[in-house]
Design a protein around this ligand. Sequence first.
Ligand code: CUK
Ligand code: CUA
Length: 641
Amino acid sequence: MEKSKFKWLAYLFIMGFIVSACGDNSKQQSKGAFGDQDVASQVYVSPGEYDEFYAFMSGGFSGQVSVYGLPSGRLFKVIPVFSVDAEKAYGFNEETKPMLNTSLGFIPWDDSHHPELSQTNGVPDGRWLFINGNNTPRVARIDLTTFETAEILEIPNSGGNHSSPFITENSEYLVAGTRFSVPIPQKDVSIKSYKENFKGSLSYIKIADDGEMSVAFQILVPGYDYDLAHSGKGKSHGWTFFTTYNTEESNTLLEIGASQRDKDYIAAVNWKKAEEYIAAGKAKTMPANYAHNTYDEHSHMAKSEMLKEVKVLIPQECPGLIYYLPTPKSPHGVDVDPSGEYIVGNGKLSSDLTVHSFSKMLKAIENDDFDDEVDGIPVINFESVVAGSVKSTGLGPLHTEFDGKGNAYTTFFISSEVIKWKIGTWEVLDRVPSYYSVGHLMIPGGDSKAPFGKYLVSLNKITKDRFLPTGPELTQSAQLFDITGDKMKLLLDFPTIGEPHYAQAIPADIIMKNSVKYYKLDENKHPHKITSEDEAKVVRKGNVVRVYMSSIRSHFAPDNIEGVKVGDKVYFHLTNLEQDWDVPHGFAVMGARTSEILVMPGQTETLVWEPQNPGVYPFYCTDFCSALHQEMQGYIRVSPK
Ligand code: CUK
Ligand code: CUA
C-alpha cells in the first residue's frame, strides 16, 4: 500500500479507538443482562470456600505481580518484584536491597508486563512464575512455594525487555528479545545512523533444575523492534517465534513512520540448532556488564553479583538458526496453538489475523523457498508459510489464547472486543464487547499445550463508567468470561493493581500442595539470627550497634535498650521465634528511614536506624498479632555523642 493511503487508514484506526474508548454506547447492554442469579452464583465463592484458580497479573508500571482468585476476582497478595514495597519492606530492609541492584546501581522500579508460569511437558507446573522488567532490562523468578521473588537477572545488550519471558515446553529456557534496538555494544553515535549502527538481540536464558537463571546465549539480529514472543510446543518444540515491527529500521516512528511497509516479520528461531552451534564453539564471547541477584530463603538474604561476559551468535555465521516469516501490519502478539502447528500473528493495524503453519514453514525451508535475505536471515515466501487468515472484521488484534477444544480467542483493542474463532477453518464463532480497549487476554493455561480452559479474563485499559470514580485516575479492569459454552458469557468486572498487561492462571490445588507455611527456625541461616530469647543482646563495635532481638507473642527481647549515642548506626536484627502459620511480627522505631520490617515466623530481618537527637524513643510491633499486640512495645535511649 502506498504511504499516504496507509497514513489515512491508520488515522481512521486511531479515531476509531478514541470513539470506542469515549463512547458509552454499549453501557446499557453491558449491564442489563447481569442481574440474573445464574451469573452471580458462578462467581460467588461462599465465605470460607476457596477459589478454583490462582491468577497472577502483572502490575505494568507498578512493577509488581498481584495474586487473584478466580472466579471471585478477590485480591490475595501483591508480590513485590521490581519495585520497592513498604508493606513488605522489600527493597527497604538490608536483606532484600541487593535484589534491585543493576549494572547502573540500585533501581527500585520497573515496568513489568508478562508473567509466565514454568512448564513441564508443555503444561504449567506451578513451581515458578517468571516476569520481565521492561525498562531496565531484567527478568525475575518468583518462587510459588513462598510467593516471594527469588531471583532477578539483568539482560545485557538489550534496549528494553518487552518480548519476555516466554518459556519453552520443559522450562529449558525463557526468552528475552529487545524491544528497542540500540548500538550493541552501546556507543555515542548519531541517532540518524540507526540503519548502520543499531542492532537487536534475542536472549536465551537457561533455567537450571533448581530454577536459577543464566544467560546461555544471545543472537544479534537486525535493528528491528522485537515486540513479543512465544515458544513452539509439541511438533514445534525447539523453536521460538518473535514478532517485529519497524522493519523499516526508522529512527523515528512519528507519523507511523515505522508502518510504511505492508508486512513486518515473525522471526522463527531454531534454538536446538543454536545449542549445536554453541557446542561446536561457534559463539563469540562479548564483554558485558550485568547483575545477577539471588535471594536465599533460609538466610533470608539476597546477594548481588556482577557478570562480565556473554556468548553471542551471529546469524550470518550460523545458517539455519533463524528465518523471517512475513506477517501483515505490525504484528503485536504471536501465539502458538496447543498442537504447535499454528502460529498466529496479531497484526495490530489490521482487521485480519494471519496464521502461519509450522509444517509449511519446514517445507519452505527445505525447498529454499525464500524471497529475500536480511543479514544472513532468509525471508520465507509469504504464500508458502501462511495457513489461513481469520476475517474477523474486528480492528486492532493484539493477543490470542486457546481453550484446548479447538478454539482460539483474540483481543481487538480498537474495536474493544474479544472474538472466538475456530482453528483450521478460521471462521468466527462468537464475539463479545469488552469494557474498554482490551490488551491481553488470559485463559488458565491458555498459551500452553493443554489449556485448563473454563474462564477467560480480558485485561482492559480504560474503565470510565464501570466503577466508582476515583479522581482523574481510574482503576484498570479485568473482566471474567465463562467460555464453557458455545457463546462467551460475561460474569464479572473487577479492578486491578497498576496496569496488568498479561496474566497467567493455574488450578489452585497445584500451588497449594507445595505451599510453605512457615520457615523452620533451625534452618535459619541468617548471620545475625538468634534462636531463643536468652540469646538476645546488644553488641557495640565502634559506632555500629547491633541489637540481636527476638519477637514472640507478645513481646520483644530486649525491650529496654540503653547505651546508644547520637551518631551511632543501629542495626535491629529481629528474629521472629514463632513456629506457626500466619504469625508475622512487625517492627518500627520512630524516624527510621527504612519503612518498618515485617518478619515471617522463623526468619530474621534487619532495620537500620541512625538516631539524630538524644532522648528516649519507643518502638513497637506493626502487625496485629495477638490480644496483647498493643503491649508489644519497648524503648531505646539515645545519649549525646
Ligand atoms: S503488552 Cu506490553 S504493551 Cu500487549 Cu504484552 Cu501491553
Ligand atoms: Cu507482634 Cu503485634
